[in-house]
Design a binder for this molecule. Structure first.
Ligand code: AMP
Ligand code: GLY
Length: 414
């Protein structure tokens, strides 16, 4: 099968690695991709947010399956255009991707479906925002309704900062604060059958000990040794099945990857957010543990045949990823710094996934974005996986490099 992956980050690098390892894939194309993905796939330029451009490229490369990595193309309707061209696509329609594209829409679906989540109000003016903040009290949670690349949510004890964020955004969701560890559960679905992957945990703040501003994600690990044994079946029953049924009843079935972001509160799991695509960096730790051929799984979801897909099998191992970020991230990152150690003697190093990298005029690998690399360690235990990831992190250098030193530390220590 010929597979086209849309996107350019470390998540897409991980998707390409898993697809390339599936013997049923005989040609892999990634658009636009990055220098790391170039070792696994043919790279093609594309305007990933243009449904027509992606559909035309899919036809040109004779793709049997298109896999859309990021949310922006999905919310723009890329999956609809690819399917309209008669090509199977892993990724929800524009209408279904609103589960990620609009926080207010997601809340409405959760309320109709009876899904456990934070109580919330959608507010469009300062008076209603102030009233909602005062009803819930501190800590205040204010979410931009629309896509904001991981930067739309403010959690603060400062009422005036919460009000200011609401005023900046216009339309916001203000909700009850949820306490407890977070879990990311990925579910592959064709709209009716749901196949859960292993739960993972990511680290959203820039600094050790969960300090500093939110980022796109600074590290992740999988599996979760501390998670309750019934976590996945209970979330399937209380969250995933009712949500898929509600989306189908609305005439907009959700097919693709449903990312369920959960807070494990004292009253049980509560949905913090839905995303309509694989999470970054969790994908980098979930996929290395999957034994089942990946392209076959995504193709079954894209063609409505998941019910007859074989059960998934997993390696008895652990994975940890650490994100190496550029100087200045999550503010304006500096770019153009030479990266050493990622490809000794020109050979890509296993476990090094590229995000914000490019080649300069003489072919040297340089930084070109906030999150630069995502290094992945695997091993028989979380502690071994962690050691492997941090060894890689310490051996790859560029000016201004910053990374957290506590990814998976608590979980590995038990
Ligand atoms: P979201 O984009 O909705 O996932 O929000 C980004 C991050 O903000 C989440 O991963 C949480 O760490 C935090 N957050 C979002 N909603 C809440 C909430 N209701 N209570 C506490 N923290 C939250
Ligand atoms: N890891 C958070 C996200 O992908 O949105």
């Amino acid at each position: 099968m010929r597979v086209l992956v849309i996107g350019t980050g470390a998540r897409e690098h991980a998707l390409c690695a898993a697809l390339a390892a599936d013997p049923s894939v005989d040609h892999l194309v990634c658009a636009p991709g990055n220098p790391g993905i170039a070792a696994l796939a043919e790279l093609r330029p594309v305007d990933a947010a243009s449904p027509d451009a992606v559909a035309a490229l899919a036809a040109e490369v004779a793709a049997d399956l298109v896999v859309v990595g990021p949310e922006l193309p999905l919310v723009a309707g890329v999956a609809d255009a690819v399917r309209a061209a008669g090509i199977a696509c892993f990724g929800p329609s524009k209408a279904a991707a609103a589960l990620e594209g609009s926080k207010a829409f997601a809340k409405d679906v959760m309320q109709s479906a009876g899904v456990p989540t934070a109580a919330a109000y959608t507010c469009e003016d300062p008076e209603s925002a102030a009233a909602a903040l005062d009803e819930f009290g501190a800590p205040y949670v204010v979410k931009n309704d629309g896509l904001a690349a991981g930067k739309g949510v403010v959690v603060t004890n400062d009422r005036s900062a919460a009000l200011a964020h609401a005023a900046d955004c216009g339309r916001v969701v203000i909700e009850e604060y949820l306490d407890g560890p977070e879990v990311s559960l990925f579910v592959v679905t064709d709209g009716s059958t749901a196949v859960p992957l292993l739960p993972a945990q990511d680290f959203k703040r820039i600094g050790d000990g969960d300090t500093g501003p939110n980022t796109g994600g600074m590290g992740a690990y999988c599996p979760l040794p501390w998670a309750p044994a019934d976590l996945v079946p209970s979330v399937l029953a209380s969250v995933v099945e009712p949500t898929l049924a509600e989306m189908a009843a609305r005439g907009t079935p959700f097919a693709g990857l449903l990312y369920v972001g959960l807070a494990m509160t004292s009253r049980g799991p509560r949905v913090v957010e839905f995303n309509a695509r694989f999470g970054d960096p969790e994908t980098q730790v979930v996929l290395p543990l999957l034994e089942t051929p990946f392209a076959g799984l995504l193709y079954a979801a894209a063609t409505g045949t998941l019910a007859s897909h074989e059960p998934l099998t997993w390696r008895d191992a652990s994975a940890v990823t650490v994100v190496l970020a550029a100087d200045g991230y999550p503010g304006a990152p500096r770019s153009g710094d030479v990266i050493d150690g990622a490809e000794p003697a020109g050979v890509p190093r296993p476990g090094v996934l590229h995000a914000g990298t490019r080649r300069n005029h003489d072919g040297a690998l340089v930084t070109s974005g906030g999150r630069v690399l995502s290094v992945v360690g695997t091993g028989p235990t979380l502690a071994a996986a962690r050691d492997a990831a941090y060894t890689l992190a310490s051996e790859i250098t560029f000016a201004g490099s910053q990374y957290r030193t506590d990814i998976a530390a608590k979980a590995a220590a038990g």
